[in-house]
Design a protein around this ligand. Structure first.
Ligand code: ZN
Length: 105
């Protein structure tokens, strides 16, 4: 069964139509509604909630963390509100000094 995508037809004050797009807000990647005409950016209630969650995560982790030695290996620590012991994490290198970490729920 195909899931129907909810089409939002919200109009901007300028007459343009808002389109859901990946946007960078405060350095965070988030899906937002962007006016196709004037570029005005707004958020749905869900998107605003997502931004607040990302903000909270971003504040918890800070800008930088140090690599630490753990026995014969190295690690990076995470605040306990973000992860839990035993949680699985998928690590994907995207550049020599960049990795995407995806924590399993
Ligand atoms: Zn507009």
């Amino acid at each position: 069964m195909e899931k129907k995508r909810k089409v939002l037809k919200i109009r901007c004050d300028c007459g343009g139509i808002f389109v859901s797009k990946q946007q960078e807000i405060e350095g965070l990647e988030i899906e937002a509604l962007v006016c196709s005409n004037c570029g005005f950016v707004t958020l749905t209630k869900e998107q605003a909630k997502r931004l607040m969650e990302l903000r909270r995560m971003s504040e918890a982790i800070g800008e930088e963390r140090k690599v630490i030695r753990i026995g014969n290996t190295y690690g990076v620590t995470f605040p306990p509100i973000l992860v839990h012991p035993g949680q699985k994490v998928n690590i994907r290198p995207i550049a020599p000094n960049k990795y995407i970490l995806t924590f399993m729920r």
